[in-house]
Design a protein. Structure first.
Length: 346
């Protein structure tokens, strides 16, 4: 089953025809040197499932309250028209997905959404913009949004594409707590999904964000046709960042009609549980967020992901442009599993 963006128009056969994409060659990079090499993570991911989940739950309980889940809400403050060609993304200008480009939202609209998210129980508010890299003027405007959201008492997160050092400092000064910038996949798979930027550009922004004193939210996507070893490669890269990201979103590909990955065979949902477990074991102090694609996972797999150490979800009826489980369904699931939502650490 594929997901449809909320704003999608019917996709015609011609809209499915994909443009020719010029992919950049993979940059040769040294393998991660930390304790979590790709080989070590690969071995972890391929452990017997029950052993892996047991180990992850044990690590989780050492670092976090066992039953506490953070609720993070997302808002697309600037939607569509992105010049990047990320094969999974409904907001890329390269694909006809029925998502129209819009301008940056006005502060009062964003603050109204943040207040509503807070009233519904969210403790973190993430603002996403479909930019390759914002202009300084864009960053100034988002800084105003960040300051406003923080003044409400919410933790702030933004995801705006690549940032220069001074731009990261502007956002830090406005009170940005987290910057989301995903590595998405292993370095050797990356050129197959994105042709308009290279892995090292991603790493440079992560460094600029760190240098500005903003915490990192950095993870990836599974289900794009990568191998399990390539999933291990992603986890090894994340765990080898010095320090590791404070927040790690694990996304299950939302297959959006019109994108090149629309017809990707779905990944075995137990791979999602394995990824969450590997993230928990290798990055014990991180919030591991069960992110996009929860609707396709169902309640049982989500429960296993919580068991494996996921302690955050995107909460609210919409992600950026695609759907998410509705708030009532999430509240019911958390209640059935006796999960609390204080969003605080032990
Ligand atoms: N433009 C910015 C960027 O790429 O960093 C911020 C927004 S972008 C939509 C944020 C992240 O959403 C991507 O890095 C990717 O991991 C995730 N994402 C986008 N489309 C997705 C999809 N169809 N399924 C799952 N995750 C997706
Ligand atoms: C992340 O890792 N996942 C979120 C958030 N960071 C910005 C985005 C998911 C997007 C899913 C597809 C969409 O709605 O555009
Ligand atoms: Fe989508 Fe972000 Fe890629 Fe742009 S950079 S196409 S918004 S994932």
């Amino acid at each position: 089953m594929t997901a449809t963006p909320i704003t999608a128009a019917p996709i015609t056969a011609s809209a499915r025809a994909q443009p020719v994409r010029l992919h950049l060659p993979a940059t040769p990079r040294p393998a991660p040197a930390g304790p979590w090499t790709r080989e070590a993570v690969s071995a972890l991911l391929s452990q017997p499932f029950m052993d892996l989940v047991h180990e992850a739950q044990t690590v989780h309980r050492r670092h976090w309250p066992a039953s506490d889940i953070e609720l993070a809400s997302l808002l697309s403050v600037k939607t569509g028209g992105c010049p990047e060609d990320c094969s999974y993304c409904p907001q890329s200008v390269h694909y006809d997905t029925g998502v129209d480009a819009s301008k940056l939202m006005a502060p009062e609209e964003v603050l109204a959404a943040a207040r509503a998210a807070q009233a519904a129980g969210a403790t973190r508010f993430c603002m996403g913009a479909a930019w390759r890299s914002p202009t300084d003027r864009d960053v100034e405007k988002v800084a105003t949004l960040v300051a406003g959201v923080r003044a409400l008492g919410l933790q702030t997160c933004a995801t705006l594409g690549m940032l220069a050092p001074a731009q990261a400092r502007t956002l830090a000064d406005a009170g940005l707590d987290f910057y989301n910038h995903n590595l998405d996949s292993a370095p050797d798979f990356y050129p197959q999904i994105i042709g308009t930027r290279v892995y090292d550009e991603r790493l440079a922004t992560l460094q600029n964000v760190r240098d500005a004193g903003v915490k990192l939210c950095c993870g990836g996507i599974i289900g794009m046709g990568e191998t399990r070893d390539q999933r291990a490669g992603l986890i090894a890269e994340l765990a080898s960042l010095q320090p590791a990201p404070e927040s790690v979103p694990i996304n299950n590909l939302v297959r959006v009609p019109g994108t090149p990955l629309a017809d990707s065979p779905p990944v075995d949902p137990f791979e999602m549980v394995r990824m969450v477990a590997a993230a928990r074991i290798t990055m014990p102090a991180a919030r591991v967020r069960l992110s996009a694609g929860r609707r396709e996972l169902g309640d049982g797999i989500q429960a296993l992901c919580f068991m494996a150490g996921a302690n955050s979800i995107f909460y609210g009826d919409k992600l950026l442009v695609t759907g998410n489980p509705d708030v009532e369904a999430d509240r019911a699931l958390l209640q059935r599993l006796d999960l609390r939502t204080s969003g605080t650490r032990a």
